[in-house]
Design a protein around this ligand. Structure first.
Ligand code: HEM
Length: 741
């Protein structure tokens, strides 16, 4: 949600109003000493990473990122003088909170009641000691709850007395509830006044919760004298505000570019109607004032325990550590063209790229793509640690570059399926691909065609006589699943079987596209894989005993270097074909139907000349590709036409952007079926050695089924009041297609 438009601000294509001159982000010097250095920080870091991986909070990519950046440094600084065993737990709490915050801020997880359910479970746990009403600690679906129930809470609750526990949990729930409130306000586009924002921000940051943890980790009890309670609370609230507000000032560039308006600076600018530099100055003034208040309140109290670090000292250290971290951590790094600008802390918002984590990419990525193509064609996206490649010429060069490796799939699907064709490079890839490709060419396609016609006929027959139908539920989602299941030789005769196969495919695909590294998907993907493998094993055993004419039998007969494929590969390729063959074909068919019904004259033209369906699909795949990006890893430094990707980096080839590059496609946002050679230069099926293996099957399946739909129901049209909305990034398509037949 963009801030309100202010006079003189040039608007950008995606609705953020960027200031004409660079913003100067002030250096905020807090007059406090930092925390003592710890000698066990390596141990703490290793412990926290191993712990988070054990509980599925982070995957391989997350662990790599946390071990190569300064994101964990603040957690270490918060440990102060706590003994190592407690410091280890404190850093785990920090990582838990960091993961949760990322999850809430960046992803769809917090919406649709998920966060509210999470908070209720945390509350049950802290009130009853167990989050399961039956009295047993249940196996939660959510790894963050498992980590809390099985480990963090049992290890921490004995650190203090009842009063401390009560305060700690009150602050945790307050923190979560404030986050939930902000999520709801974002969803409902609610504006906030400064007076409403400040208490919410204090709680949403979670500092009060960490102050309680830090006390106990160091066996300090600042609340031991009841006369001091009010004093400590005031001091801590000031400390929490300093931390939250400095964070807002440092993250203003990121927030503006991502359309996040819940930031102190934006709220001041909006509510006071002042420009950005003045709003930054006002926010900085507020920080200075609260620092002065903190200092004054702290001075009112004499030290409780002379000779040891007292709580005001510790609080100062924590506040200073958080302030320094926000100022230096690369998450908030300034994107400036030259070192003078960096030194002067100038931020040119036009040079600050939108992050892939932004919800805006799920909602409508096209304005963001346009901005990337025109001003930042090769841009580093810090929150995902990925280089964004947006122009057609660069995407083509990257996908066909010999130095670009598919090793990215080692973390995208490797933990589920092991080392498979999609992650292989060079000869190894060619060998494995050669095993599968004959099954999706020439004669093999003829057999698949019969299956497509039979499945489509059956699905259309089930729609007959119904006044209104959702073509997603009743057609596009089921068709490719049934076709792929049939090709493999798996049962998909009943609705339940199809729904189960579809669910395995969707979760597997979501795991692959888990750029946000959401923990529920990381662990959900593993159990999903196990249950698919349990299902498929008897079918593999049966084909081994008695081969048939299907893909499983072909995989069992296949050989690499004279040796049969191991069963691990056979299972993994069944999973890959089932998933790759179902998810994107469903999205492409749905998008084609939208264009047939929405684009003037298209449906009539295709009905008059059914061969035009091929053009309609090609143009759909160009303009509305379901898969919006493909990752790669740079084995060496990659010289692309618009810039260089450093060796070792991960790059995101933005297919959706390349397919709408005006340098390649005239009038790229327009649906135009008469594009000829242009239409085929899209990247919906990728490019280079890993070009989609099932592209011919997909084209055949989608065009045949769409033609049969129009032949059977020539009057198909949107249900009254219905208009489809494309959503998503991994498989971008509508989730409902309500039509009258
Ligand atoms: C419209 C539907 C489809 C779309 C948009 C699509 C898209 C893609 C893309 C973009 C890639 C390249 C991935 C990369 O380079 O990292 C790919 C690869 C692949 N696709 Fe498809 N796909 C579709 C349908 C299918 C079908 C029906 C199958 C079933 C056989 C399939 C199987 C595969 C396989 C096995 C690969 C990996 C090829 C390799 O690594 O060499 N796809 N697909």
């Amino acid at each position: 949600m963009p801030p309100a438009h202010r006079e003189g601000d040039p608007g950008t294509s995606h609705g953020c109003h960027l200031p004409p001159t660079p913003l100067i982000i002030p250096e905020i010097r807090l007059p406090f000493a930092g925390p003592p250095a710890r000698t066990d920080s390596d141990r703490l870091r290793k412990h926290a990473l191993a712990w988070a991986q054990r509980y599925g909070l982070i995957g391989r990519r997350g662990a790599y990122r946390l071990s190569t950046t300064s994101l964990l440094d603040l957690g270490m600084a918060l440990c102060g003088r706590a003994p190592t065993d407690r410091a280890e737990i404190l850093v785990c709490w920090y990582l838990w909170a960091l993961t949760l915050d990322d999850r809430i801020d960046d992803g769809p997880w917090a919406e649709s009641g998920e966060l509210d359910r999470f908070i209720t479970a945390v509350q049950d746990l802290t009130e009853s000691g167990c989050a399961d009403p039956s009295g047993k600690v249940s196996r939660f679906d959510d790894p963050m709850l498992v980590a809390l129930v099985d480990d963090l809470w049992p290890q921490t609750k004995c650190w203090g007395g009842e009063r401390w526990r009560h305060r700690l949990m009150r602050h945790l729930i307050q923190h979560l509830r404030a986050q939930a409130t902000l999520v709801r306000m974002r969803e409902t586009d609610t504006a906030l006044t400064l007076a409403e924002y400040l208490p919410l921000r204090r709680d949403s940051f979670g500092a009060l919760f960490f102050f309680d943890l830090i006390d106990a980790a160091e066996t300090l009890d600042p609340y031991e004298h009841s006369a001091d309670i009010e004093w400590w609370n005031t001091l801590r609230e000031h400390g929490a505000d300093i931390i939250a507000w400095t964070n807002d000032i440092h993250s203003i560039a990121k927030d503006v570019v991502c359309g996040e308006r819940f930031n102190l600076v934006s709220i001041i600018a909006d509510t006071a109607g002042i420009d950005w530099p003045a709003a930054i100055e006002a926010a900085h003034q507020m920080v200075n004032t609260v620092v002065a208040q903190f200092t004054a309140v702290a001075a009112q109290h004499a030290s409780h325990r002379p000779g040891v670090a007292t709580d005001p000292d510790r609080l100062r250290q924590v506040v200073r550590a958080a302030g320094d971290w926000h100022q230096t951590v690369s998450r908030y790094r300034l994107h400036a063209t030259d070192s003078t600008a960096q030194a002067n802390r100038q931020v040119d918002l036009k040079l600050t790229p939108p992050t892939l984590k932004s919800r805006q990419f799920e909602i409508d990525p096209y304005p963001l793509y346009e901005r990337l193509r025109t001003t930042l064609p090769i841009a580093y996206d810090e929150p995902t640690d990925v280089w964004l490649v947006s122009r057609h010429v660069d995407v083509k060069a990257a996908l066909t570059h010999p130095g670009a490796s598919n090793n990215n799939y080692a973390w995208q699907i490797g933990p589920l399926l092991g080392h498979t064709m999609v992650a292989m490079d060079g000869c190894e890839h060619a060998q494995h691909r050669a095993l599968l490709s004959p099954s999706f060419r020439s004669k093999a396609l003829v057999a698949l065609k019969a299956s497509i016609i039979s499945v489509t006929t059956d699905l259309l027959a089930h729609m007959r006589g119904r006044p209104q139908v959702d073509l997603i539920a009743d057609f596009t989602a089921a068709l490719p699943v049934r076709v792929m299941a049939h090709a493999l030789g798996l049962p998909a005769g009943t609705c339940e079987e199809v729904a189960q196969l579809k669910s395995w495919c969707s979760i597997g695909f979501a795991y692959m596209g888990n750029y946000r590294q959401d923990p529920a998907l990381l662990t959900g993907g593993l159990s999903n894989r196990d249950s698919f493998y349990d299902f498929i094993q008897p079918h593999i055993d049966a084909r081994r005993a008695e081969p048939k004419v299907d893909l499983i039998s072909q995989l069992l007969a296949a050989q690499v270097d004279g040796q049969p494929l191991s069963e691990t590969y056979v299972r993994a390729y069944c999973a890959i074909l089932m998933t790759a063959g179902s998810e994107t074909s469903h999205g492409a068919l749905a998008n084609l139907i939208v264009n047939l019904l929405n684009e003037p004259g298209v449906k009539d033209a295709v009905m008059a000349d059914p061969d035009l369906m091929d053009n309609a699909l090609a143009e759909t795949l160009r303009r509305n590709p379901p898969l919006q990006l493909i990752l790669r890893e740079a084995r060496e430094s990659l010289e692309l036409p618009s810039g260089t990707i450093p060796s070792g980096a991960t790059l995101a080839c933005l297919i959706g952007s390349a397919n709408r590059d005006p340098d390649q496609f005239t009038d790229p946002d327009t649906f135009n079926m008469s594009r000829t050679h242009q239409a085929t230069s899209h990247f919906a099926f990728g490019a280079g050695r890993h070009f989609c293996l099932g592209s011919m099957l997909a084209r055949m399946e989608i065009t045949i089924s769409a033609r049969m739909l129009l032949q059977t129901f020539p009057n198909v049209r949107w249900a009254p009041g219905f208009q489809p909305t494309e959503r998503g990034f991994l498989n971008r398509c509508p989730d409902r297609l309500e039509v009258l037949l």
